[in-house]
Ligand binder design. Structure first.
Ligand SMILES: [Zn+2]
Ligand SMILES: [Zn+2]
Length: 722
């Protein structure tokens, strides 16, 4: 054996050996319950970052542990097409060539983006493999695979027929740069310095009421002023009328509980077309929705004299004009929260638009309610969230959830399976407005047999397809063998930052489509920060690239560093020093192995002989039993960090520092004990450090310290204490 462990020579051949011998592909054994994890599909088009390395490590630990327990174990890998994000990336690519997507046309743009994405996907797969991910590549899926797309359309039709998908004119978040609607989750809120303007709205008759706003230009679309019914200051004003400055429109003063008495003067302007809360107030009071800012971020003709200006220009001019009329009471500097597009960071404009929605609080014809069913699944304990404190966060989100806008005005993704009949030849077709949904590309309108129809140009929200991932990847809606055997899956392991985006939606879709929550346990991990606790970002230059550090220190060291000192749901600090420390641990383990395998005495007992044991032998064997029990318990209870820390301590301090030191003068007697304890250590450490442990295991077999007929470590039997 070499003096130092050379991970570069070991890792790739071992991975190929495991994969080649079919260990990642489980056998469907009806007599045993399977253990299944669906891998959170990384963006096919992106580089793996250290957050991916985290989920790979944690999931691979669980998967390797269960595989060694001889459970039929499936870890199903896949990749996501990442709708808006990928479209933004490829549009930038085109920009460099001086082209736009419109010049290519929809079909060609889709084809080029597809090829571009596939090229990157292979790279992503190589990165996953280099970290040791023992997932079943024979079952790999991509969200745009034909059978997955068909399943997604099938769900769309189920929901549509069930009255849970509808097209409506509602307020949505509009990104002017991406030119698409966004769901509430795709908008990030950032603090920004701004102004709070207090404007005097003249009352009809005499006097005025002052309202405050950070969005001056939207006043052109006001259709009311509102106060809180409990606000004594304004009791007398409710029911009166004000004249909207600059527009000379008479608008009512109304009262509504949604008004925050603490904001500004307590009297607020109501712009239903450009603010979600105002939209709600407007719906209740039947106010007009006057859209003054258009999809292109320019003022519409409804904005009168301000028409065609950009929103920013309109703001300047509105201020000038109000000042001329002495209608600005005062101006305050404030920091306020502004919504930006999660993908391109442009400021998002709330506006009313015709989009497709999933009704999340409505009872379906089949008696299901998306949000409530998902809420109950956790409340009744059918699904457990670890750490438990996230249950409250989950409840709070689902209790306040609004209808989910699922249509995006982009080209990359699943185009809506909605069609509009052009002829409308029957009453039925007319009653439905010519609209119909079809899973397959239709040949004719099902309601009037017309062959003239158009497909809706919109594309589904990426999370609409990834929300169905745990069962579409197993063959749903077909009643496939995989679906019957592996579904519901066991554990969903992912970052807490996508609890709503993804996890909650998987539970909603799972219960709706299959009547079962898609997994029984959710394990959430935290974010990885740099060694000083700062967020990692390219601009800070503190990003740790998992591939680079893995090449430098070995995948095992990276994995150990990620899991060490990391509790569920907590953010972790990671610096190169920590990874280097774990590389030292790899070397320690290597030296322990070398001492036992290479410097093996000529003569020794083959197995441990109870009657010949000394005090220190008995001690290490007892410690070895204790660590088997502790590790098993920790893994069963998702305490991965504790398991890793105990094993580190056992190998370094008990086995190496104490027992090996004491055995140096009595090699023949101690050899059977050394072999037994090393064997156990390699097995317990395998889920955490798969490469070095398997390599040492193979070397023990070659040296006869382990029977040559025994299996490879990856599929050996998980040890039990005696
Ligand atoms: Zn955007
Ligand atoms: Zn028709």
């Amino acid at each position: 054996m070499g003096k130092v462990y050379d991970h570069l020579k070991v890792e790739e051949p071992l991975y190929n050996l495991w994969e080649g011998r079919g260990y990642f592909t489980p056998k469907l054994d009806k007599k045993s319950a399977p253990f299944t994890i669906t891998m959170p599909p990384p963006n096919a088009n992106g580089e793996l970052h250290i957050g991916h390395a985290m989920f790979i490590t944690l999931e691979d630990i669980m998967v390797r542990y269960h595989r060694m327990k001889q459970d039929p174990t499936l870890w199903l890998p896949g990749a996501d097409h990442a709708g808006i994000l990928t479209q933004v990336v490829y549009e930038r690519e085109l920009e460099k060539q001086g082209k736009t997507r419109h010049q290519l046309g929809r079909e060609e743009f889709f084809k080029e983006t597809y090829d571009f994405t596939m090229k990157h996907k292979n790279h992503m797969v190589d990165q996953l493999k280099s970290l040791g991910a023992s997932c079943d590549w024979s079952r790999e899926k991509f969200t745009l695979d034909p059978e997955i797309s068909k399943a997604v359309y099938h769900t769309f039709k189920l929901l549509y027929d069930d009255g849970l998908i509808y097209r409506g004119e509602r307020i949505i978040n509009w990104c002017p740069r991406c030119a698409t609607a966004l769901s509430d989750l795709e908008v990030e809120h950032v603090e920004q310095a701004g102004k709070l303007w207090f404007i005097k709205y003249p009352l009809k008759g005499s006097g005025f009421v002052s309202v405050a706003t950070t969005r001056l230009e939207t006043m052109l679309g006001d259709t009311a002023v509102a106060v809180n019914p409990k606000d004594k200051r304004y009791e007398d004003l409710v029911g009166k009328t004000v004249i909207l400055p600059l527009m000379n429109r008479e608008i009512p003063i109304i009262s509504d509980d949604l008004v925050d008495t603490e904001f500004g003067t307590g009297a607020v302007k109501v712009t239903p077309a450009h603010d979600p809360v105002d939209f709600e107030i407007g719906q209740k009071h039947k106010l007009a929705e006057i859209q003054v800012i258009g999809l292109d971020n320019k003022m519409t003709k409804e904005a009168g004299n301000y028409r065609s200006l950009t929103a920013k220009q309109a703001q300047v001019k509105v201020l000038e004009d109000l000042e001329k009329q002495d209608l600005i009471e005062k101006i305050k500097d404030v920091t306020h929260s502004v919504g930006v597009c999660e993908r391109c960071r442009s400021m998002v404009e709330p506006l009313v638009s015709k989009q497709w929605f999933v009704a999340v609080n409505k009872k379906s014809k089949s008696g299901k309610v998306f949000a409530k069913d998902a809420l109950d699944a956790v409340k009744t304990g059918k699904v457990k969230i670890l750490p438990k404190r996230f249950e409250k966060v989950y409840y709070n989100w689902l209790e306040n959830i609004r209808d989910w806008c699922i249509s995006r005005q982009i080209w990359w993704g699943h185009r809506l399976p909605v069609y509009y009949c052009k002829e409308i030849k029957t009453d039925l077709c007319k009653k439905l407005g010519g609209e119909f949904v079809s899973v397959e590309t239709p040949k004719a309108c099902p309601n009037c047999r017309s062959t003239t129809f158009e497909q809706d140009p919109d594309t589904l929200d990426t999370w609409f397809s990834s929300g169905q991932w745990p069962f579409t990847t197993l063959g749903w809606p077909q009643d496939s063998e995989d679906l019957k055997y592996f579904y519901p899956t066991s554990v969903m392991e992912t970052g807490y930052d996508i609890l709503f985006f993804w996890v909650a939606r998987m539970i909603m879709f799972g219960i709706y489509c299959t009547d079962k929550p898609p997994f029984h346990t959710i394990y959430l991990h935290g974010l990885i920060r740099d060694e000083h606790g700062q967020k990692m970002s390219k601009s800070r230059g503190n990003v740790i690239d998992p591939t680079t550090v893995s090449e430098k220190y070995g995948a095992d060291a990276v994995r150990m560093a990620l899991v060490f000192g990391t509790a569920a749901g907590n953010d972790t600090n990671l610096g190169e020093a920590k990874i280097k420390g774990m590389r030292n641990f790899s070397n320690k383990l290597w030296n322990v192995g070398r001492f036992i395998i290479d410097m093996k005495p000529e003569k020794h007992e083959k197995a441990v002989v109870e009657s010949k044991l000394g005090k220190v032998d008995k001690w290490i064997l007892e410690e070895s039993d204790k660590i088997i029990e502790a590790t098993t318990k920790n893994l069963e209870n998702y305490r991965f960090s504790q398991a890793a820390e105990d094993l580190y301590d056992f190998v370094w301090h008990k086995l190496a520092d104490k027992y090996i030191e004491s055995s140096k003068n009595r090699r023949e007697e101690s050899q059977p004990i050394l072999e037994k304890v090393l064997r156990t250590s390699l097995q317990l450490l395998h889920p955490f450090m798969p490469f070095i442990t398997e390599d040492l295991w193979q070397k023990m077999k070659e040296a006869g310290s382990i029977d040559k007929k025994e299996s490879d470590l990856i599929v050996s039997n998980w040890p039990t204490a005696k």
